[in-house]
Design a protein around this ligand. Structure first.
Ligand SMILES: *[C@@H]1O[C@H](CO)[C@@H](O)[C@H](O)[C@H]1NC(C)=O
Length: 332
């Protein structure tokens, strides 16, 4: 907060200089109209510039900071634990949640008073004033969004966590072919148009925990991490063989839902399958292994969680022979 106040003062310096020739009384009156310290919405350093799509990049050229903030290449374990609260977080309690990186102190969130997303629909300009755009990353955490905002074409990483988004429409991500990661944790998403993601060929990480989803849309084939923990997914909301063709899928997190069956078959690439805290009572004997092919092993799939389900795993002794490790769950 101290830093913010300091930046606010810096932003006021040119305006102060400009008032030097006013009579003292007039100047004092103007100073009284100055915003209070720490009111970031009023002291935006861009206040004296007219922003247009043409000069926007010049005014805030942040492309140099991409390396500091694009943490999309870190190991998935890090990313997941950083936003994996043990309990549901309501939007109002989310102030302690991970926010936008603070490595660049000049990037106080550029909230502009009175500017709404719909005032200028094109060029991604209004989105980058309400959200923080750093290189190819767009950070819109915890700003009461109700829809996916119009995004710059080059967006590769979208973070819109802790908002109130309820629907994802087919056109929301249309043409955003560079998107690699979409993180919509802790929203109110209950419905996603079936085609909303399927043409995003660059998409690797689809992060949707703590929403209200009952069904999954068609998934793009390049996906590596799908996180739908803490939703209301039902088995009827997952298409048969929904995951089989996803040959890069490594992490599938479906824990804390309402699934009553294991949604196989799974691609050979899969490493982690989290199904804990669902309603699974039984399993097909061939869901992991091929009963006809006893020499075959499935070395990648080393992390299966079935604890917290009403299933007695001892009843399916022939289901695990190809796995490097038994699933976690009840074997008594
Ligand atoms: C689980 O299944 C095994 C094998 O049939 C059986 O011996 C055991 O009693 C069962 N456990 C429970 C809790 O039902």
């Amino acid at each position: 907060m101290r830093l913010l106040a300091f930046l606010s003062l810096l932003a006021l310096v040119p305006q102060e200089a400009g008032t030097a020739s006013f009579p003292t009384k007039e100047r004092k009156r103007r100073e009284e109209q100055m915003p209070e310290e720490g009111d970031a919405s009023e002291v935006l350093p861009l206040g004296n510039h007219v922003l247009s799509p043409d000069n926007y990049d010049e005014v805030i050229d942040l492309s140099n900071f991409e390396e500091l903030t694009d943490y999309g290449d870190q190991p998935p374990e890090v990313k997941v634990t950083s936003l994996a609260p043990a309990t549901r977080i309501s939007p109002t309690e989310s102030t302690a949640a991970p926010k936008t990186p603070s490595s660049n102190p000049t990037m106080t969130r550029p909230t502009t008073a009175g500017l709404t997303l719909s005032s200028q629909p094109n060029h991604g300009l209004p989105t980058c004033l309400v959200c923080v755009c750093l290189g190819s990353s767009v950070y819109c955490d915890d700003i009461d969004l109700e829809d996916i905002p119009p995004l710059p074409r080059r967006t590769a990483y979208l973070y819109a966590r802790f908002n109130r988004i309820s629907h994802i429409r087919a056109e929301d991500f249309e043409g955003l072919t560079k998107l690699k990661r979409i993180d919509l944790s802790s929203n109110l998403i209950s419905y996603i148009d079936n085609n909303a993601f399927c043409l995003l060929h660059a998409l690797r990480d689809l992060i949707l925990p703590e929403n209200l989803l009952e069904a999954l849309p068609v998934l793009p084939t390049g996906i590596e991490i799908l996180d739908v923990r803490l939703n209301r997914l039902r088995s009827s909301g997952i298409q048969p063989a929904a995951f089989r063709a996803l040959e890069k899928l490594r992490f599938l997190y479906l824990s804390d839902n309402l699934l009553d069956s294991i949604p196989g078959p799974f691609p050979l690439s899969l490493r982690s399958l989290h199904l804990q805290n669902n309603l699974i009572e039984t399993m097909q004997r061939d869901v992991f292994c091929d009963p006809e092919e006893h020499k075959y092993t499935r070395r990648q799939l080393e992390d299966i969680r079935l604890d917290g389900n009403p299933i007695n795993l001892s009843l399916f002794p022939s289901a695990y022979f190809c796995l490097p490790r038994l699933p976690i769950g009840c074997f008594t």
